[in-house]
Design a protein around this ligand. Structure first.
Ligand code: NAD
Ligand code: UGA
Length: 464
């Protein structure tokens, strides 16, 4: 029986996941630790609007469980010392330098976390890989934890560890719903007692049939493949969006007709500016890397194409915007609606908006950027590259949606926020400079209303 849970990493996964565990397991003490002081401070902020992660439903849970049986702390040592089960939820971004740069995950945070666990833990500890990791990383964690480690706090007896893989499948924007009611929970490992212990935690609110158990490597691989399959559907539908624009077929009708086949299914068939987020690109890159490593070059090429199509979709949008606006956007003002990588999150990691905005600035445009949840400081970070800040005269942050359209030559919709669906186009048309355009990369605005207001419109999967 475990009573004390520690989660290392208070990010988009660690924070919401532990909040839900604490909510359903009031008998467990759950501590989330992080080396990032600012983040922990934000998790402990009395004003819940300042939580570092925005997720619908998260504030309510935090209000219920924080300082009851959920604690956020920078004291990594204490968190690890008092835990009998530790979740590793640290970041695993793509390597920027050295062998495998741009392709495989940088495991330095996972490694340092494993070393901290080896140093501070006491007695027997179950170590759970929650971060998404390349196949066989559990082996690396095991190797670090292996070897004789005397537990000085326990009369010099040997510390012992069981390593499990328990990948997280939540999607940002629906994290709480996904955690409370997941399609499945996957646990990989070779120690039945440890597996049963983790099953015991999840079974407090999840049906046992939904909890799958397997070996470590199958679990690690299943996570990469789930993301790869989801991303593959998006690249597939994005190729078809271009075909629809060229032929006059309607993308939404095609998605509906195709998705109503139960063998295909209706989800992940929305065309858009390409997938963003911290994981799809990274996880498919890892898959390509592993496939090449095992000499499976055709497999690697196949998955590489999913990434290539994603980049192509973004660059074709930039070309189309420039071409439509009389082949120059120099000194023209473009209103950017939405900067997060999807609706209902403040996360901008790998957001298509970053690439597209940088390209538009390069072409000489002036941008006015509005997003209901992304802060100006985050956009500033995202639009700087190689430590060179994109001069702020090239873009402006707007905190009022209607003000964003003032004197704009074009409006570019990049995120599918609900509030973009019911805009007053009569009012907007009076604010924009003529001739004016709307480029809707999510096909969310009402095309007829826009046309009626005298603004030209292009929508993904429909064209002009
Ligand atoms: P994140 O960057 O938001 O959070 C990671 C946190 O770990 C950071 O706050 C960082 O300071 C902390 N950290 C790093 N090393 C540490 C250490 N040694 N000790 C203490 N704290 C440390 O990342 P995230 O989005 O929460 O993702 C975490 C993992 O979960 C990744 O592997 C990701 O692929 C996976 N994942 C993410 C999502 C998602 O929607 N974001 C979904 C499923 C899986
Ligand atoms: C994704 C997966 O959905 C989660 O199951 C997984 O746990 C997570 O990655 C992860 O490992 O990090 P997330 O990236 O948060 O979740 O969000 P998604 O809803 O998958 O959207 C990813 C991107 O695809 C977004 O940019 C979104 O706009 C885009 N998308 C999604 C489309 O363009 N069309 C769609 O039909 C669906």
């Amino acid at each position: 029986m475990t009573n004390n849970i520690c989660c290392v990493g208070a990010g988009y996964v660690g924070g919401p996941t532990m909040a839900v565990i604490a909510d359903f397991c009031p008998d467990k003490l759950v501590t989330v630790v992080d080396i990032n002081e600012e983040r922990i401070k934000a998790w402990n902020d009395s004003d819940l609007r300042n939580l570092p992660v925005f997720e619908p439903g998260l504030e309510d849970i935090i209000r219920r469980v924080r300082n009851r049986n959920l604690f956020f702390s920078v004291d990594v040592k204490k968190g690890i010392e008092q835990a009998d089960i530790i979740f590793i939820s640290v970041n695993t971004p793509i390597k920027e330098k050295g062998i495998g740069a741009g392709q495989t995950s940088d495991l330095r945070w996972v490694e340092s976390c494993a070393r901290q666990i080896k140093t501070y833990s006491k007695g027997h500890t179950i170590v759970v890989e929650k971060s998404t990791l390349p196949v066989k990383t559990a082996q690396t964690i095991k190797s670090i934890l292996d070897g004789v480690v005397k537990d000085i706090n326990n009369f010099g007896s040997k510390k012992t560890f069981s390593v499990l893989s328990n990948p997280e499948f939540l999607a940002e924007g629906t994290a709480i719903k996904d955690l409370e009611c997941p399609d499945r929970v996957l646990i990989g490992g070779d120690d039945n007692d440890a597996i049963n212990c983790l099953v015991g935690i999840y079974s407090k609110w999840i049906n046992k049939e939904k909890v799958l158990t397997t070996d470590l490597w199958s679990s690690e691989l299943s996570k990469l493949i789930s993301n790869a399959f989801l991303a593959q559907r998006i690249s597939s539908i994005n190729t078809i969006s271009a075909l629809c624009e060229a032929t006059g077929a309607k993308i939404k009708d095609v998605s509906l007709a195709v998705g109503m086949d139960r063998r295909i299914g209706k989800y992940f068939l929305n065309s858009g500016p390409g997938f963003g987020g911290s994981c799809f690109k990274k996880d498919i890159s890892n898959l390509v890397y592993i496939s090449n490593h095992y000499g499976l070059f055709e497999v690697a090429e196949y998955w590489q194409k999913v990434l290539d199509i994603n980049s192509w979709q973004q660059s074709r949008f930039v070309e189309l915007i420039v071409k439509t606006m009389f082949s120059t956007i120099s000194s023209k003002t473009i209103a950017i609606l939405g900067f997060s990588f999807k609706a209902n999150t403040n996360d901008t990691r790998e957001s298509p908006a970053i690439y597209i905005c940088k390209k538009l600035i390069e072409e000489g445009a002036f941008l006015k950027i509005y997003d209901p949840k992304v802060k100006c400081s985050q956009i500033k970070k995202d639009l700087s590259s190689d430590n060179k800040t994109v001069e702020e005269e090239k873009w402006l942050y707007s905190d009022s949606i209607y003000e964003t359209f003032n004197n704009a030559d074009a409006a570019l919709f990049l995120t599918e926020w609900d509030e973009f669906e019911s805009l007053n186009w009569e009012e907007i048309s009076k604010k924009m400079r003529r001739p004016s355009w709307v480029f809707d990369t999510r096909s969310i605005v009402n095309m007829e209303d826009v046309k009626k207001s005298g603004i030209n419109i292009w929508q993904v999967g429909y064209g002009n």
